[in-house]
Design a binder for this molecule. Structure first.
Ligand SMILES: Cc1cc2nc3c(=O)[nH]c(=O)nc-3n(C[C@H](O)[C@H](O)[C@H](O)COP(=O)(O)OP(=O)(O)OC[C@H]3O[C@@H](n4cnc5c(N)ncnc54)[C@H](O)[C@@H]3O)c2cc1C
Length: 621
């Protein structure tokens, strides 16, 4: 019934969708097997993409030819650039999407790709021969052959849902848990663990008193995620802000004895940075109020997501507590919040390509690797899809360095350090933040994707070339144009900047703190006239490049130093146990993780600088 595929992707969540399109756009014949075709690209929790550090990842996925940014642009109902009051390294795009449109657009884009076939069924096992994966087997007993497999099972592996004292199997509310895969992988020698996450109740927007809440509108000039010609928002739906109170907390506390979090029924480790409301009350007992974001789930639905109120308390306790929130006095609940426990696999069992060490051509991506978040899943999917394609062709894997992308940071962290709790991206995890900005992901990564041979990168590459050329034109213009004191001094005074006593070059004015090009151009006609020929995005990029030139150079120098270590390759069969000068822990970890380079070895926890010296001496350096 089925041909032999190059790549089978198991699961059509954020990781699976990106994996399928990446492999297909590289030229592989792909089969996407998923339990339910109606839930392709379902947003399990909040219908929002991006946010701090996560927004940068979506931009990177887009720059590498992935679709998450395009889908978000087509389906968002609100856009905000977060952290604009901080430096540009921290600017992070975030969008609220229409949940149903998001899933629909993803499915359409997948269906448009003739290299992708679909099959709706639960995969219950892998076909493995001589240490190599050769396909998958399904619940109906069908075997589908392939040269590689990417597992992206998300929260579905032996998923167990908790609401108060009730617990039942499920991968998400209303969907079955997936069985068979964990058991087989453990038998094959993999180490599995258990994690948990949770989601808040959804309420009926018609029952809320919106006038009692603060409005949180989108940006006046909404941006977007994709570097391609996706549409810009012309209208937006606002979000709102509400607060819990002592009265809300008191009601919630009445359910604590039935909370699976507190009575030991949930054993999986949850995301520390995304705690449930009961967790927040317990951990920060001195606080009498917590902020909630009241977010619409789409254009045409009254369903509302209560961000910040994640809970696995009994549904009646959730309901009563919600009604104590100002503005929620008459709230009706559509769906209760719940917690879910699921299996994951320590990512230290993966190579840098996301291929497993134990089984050749078997790749893992997304929540199965102990991460949390759509963005973290999407980028791993893309990388696993590309590398599955390359593995089939016996080509070198595609690897991003920590200095090239947040994606590089994420994968490097996972495979070298593993994770004890659901891993999410933060800007603080990256050491080269000023290089890894959301505004330059295309300059950093599109040339790499083009060189890989993805089949839809020509137009993107043209855009990058234009952007680079325009950025140069702008910077050299700023360096040539003189600022006239009579024109710009009134503006400089308003921002507390010393007036000019004589003409100086415009780049020197732009370098001053508090002076932004956007405001400056209104007072400098020649500058304004020139800038009118350019897109806002490239003007902002030129401004950042100019203003942060010193920091950028410093980070580039650090990268260069680190790259020297990244270039020192370690032999795959190096006998670390034979190097007695290495600490015992280093010998163990290096043998287990088999780093590719000295740089990678230096980031493994338990490998000290003196161990690195031993390795360098051993290599004659
Ligand atoms: C209740 C809940 C709350 C969450 N809360 C948050 C949050 O607050 N913040 C946050 O960042 N993230 C949260 N997440 C996590 C977020 O949803 C995931 O990180 C993200 O969806 C992971 O993407 P994925 O592609 O790895 O897996 P998923 O999106 O889970 O997709 C898995 C896909 O695989 C399919 N599948 C699974 N097993 C099989 C099989 N054996 N055969 C065929 N198909 C299979 C499923 O049908 C599904 O399509 C939450 C998730 C849940 C369920």
């Amino acid at each position: 019934m089925f041909p032999k595929y190059d790549v089978i992707v198991v699961g059509a969540g954020h990781a699976g969708c990106e994996a399928a399109v990446a492999a297909a756009n590289m030229g592989s014949k792909v089969m996407l097997v998923t339990m339910n075709m109606n839930t392709i690209a379902q947003m399990s929790c909040n219908p929002a993409m991006g946010g701090v550090a996560k927004g940068q990842i979506v931009r990177e996925v887009d720059a590498l030819g992935g679709y998450s940014g395009i889908v978000t642009d087509h389906t968002m109902i609100q856009f905000r650039m977060l952290n604009l009051s901080k430096g540009p390294a921290m600017w992070s795009p975030r969008a609220q999407s229409d949940r149903m449109l998001f899933a629909g657009k993803w499915r359409k884009m997948l269906e448009e790709n003739t290299n992708i076939d679909f099959w709706q069924e639960m995969v219950t096992g892998l076909v493995v021969k001589d240490g190599r994966v050769c396909g998958v087997s399904t619940g109906m007993g069908i075997e589908i052959e392939s040269k590689s497999v990417v597992l992206t099972n998300g929260t579905f592996l032996n998923g167990l849902i908790h609401i108060g004292e009730k617990q039942f199997g499920g991968g998400r509310a209303g969907e079955r848990a997936a069985t068979g895969i964990t058991e087989q992988l453990v038998e094959l020698g993999f180490e599995a663990g258990r994690m948990k996450t949770g989601t808040p109740p959804r309420v009926d927007g018609r029952s809320l008193d919106w006038d009692k809440m603060e409005v949180q509108p989108g940006d006046e000039e909404p941006g977007k995620f994709s570097y391609t010609d996706t549409p810009r928002l012309t209208k937006q739906r606002p979000c709102h802000i509400a607060y819990t109170s002592q009265a809300v907390h008191d009601v919630l506390k009445t359910g604590f004895d039935k909370s699976p979090m507190f009575n030991g029924r949930i054993r999986g480790i949850g995301p520390r940075y995304c705690p449930s409301i009961e967790d927040k009350i317990e951990r920060f007992s001195e606080r009498t109020s917590h902020q909630l974001f009241v977010e619409p789930e789409g254009w045409d639905t009254c369903e509302i997501y209560v961000n910040g109120f994640s809970s696995s308390l009994p549904e009646d306790v959730q309901y009563k507590a919600l009604r104590k929130i100002v503005g929620f006095e008459n709230a009706k609940m559509f769906r209760p919040g719940y917690a879910i426990e699921y299996d994951f696999f320590q990512p230290t069992q993966l190579k840098v390509s996301l291929e497993t060490r134990l089984i050749k051509n078997l790749f893992f991506a997304g929540q199965i690797n102990g991460t949390t978040g759509y963005e973290e899943a999407a980028c791993q999917g893309l990388m696993a899809g590309v590398n599955a394609h390359l593995a089939v062709r016996e080509e070198e894997p595609f690897v991003l360095k920590r200095s090239e992308a947040y994606i590089g940071v994420l994968i490097d962290d996972l495979i070298n350090k593993g994770t004890k709790e659901p891993y999410r991206m933060f800007t603080s995890r990256a050491e080269y933040r000023i290089l890894l900005r959301q505004d330059n992901a295309d300059l950093r990564l599109t040339p790499l994707a083009k060189a890989l041979g993805m089949n839809h990168m020509d137009e993107r590459m043209e855009k990058v070339n234009t952007k680079v050329a325009q950025q140069k034109e702008l910077i050299s213009f700023f360096k040539k144009l003189s600022a006239d004191p009579a024109e710009v001094n009134p503006f400089l005074e308003t921002v507390g900047s010393k007036p000019l006593s004589q003409k100086v070059k415009m780049n020197m004015v732009i370098l001053r703190p508090n002076v932004g090009i956007k405001a400056l151009r209104e007072h400098a006609p020649a500058l304004n006239e020139f800038l009118n020929n350019y897109d806002e995005e490239v003007i902002s990029l030129a401004e950042t490049t100019l203003k942060y030139e010193g920091y950028i150079r410093k980070e580039e120098e650090m990268v260069e130093k680190m790259n020297r270590l990244e270039e020192v390759k370690l032999k795959e069969d190096l006998n670390y146990n034979g190097l007695v000068s290495l600490s015992l822990e280093a010998r163990e970890k290096l043998t287990q993780l088999q780093p590719r380079t000295i740089g990678q070895a230096s980031r493994i926890s338990g490998v000290s600088p003196s161990d690195i010296s031993v390795l360098l001496v051993h290599m004659g350096r």
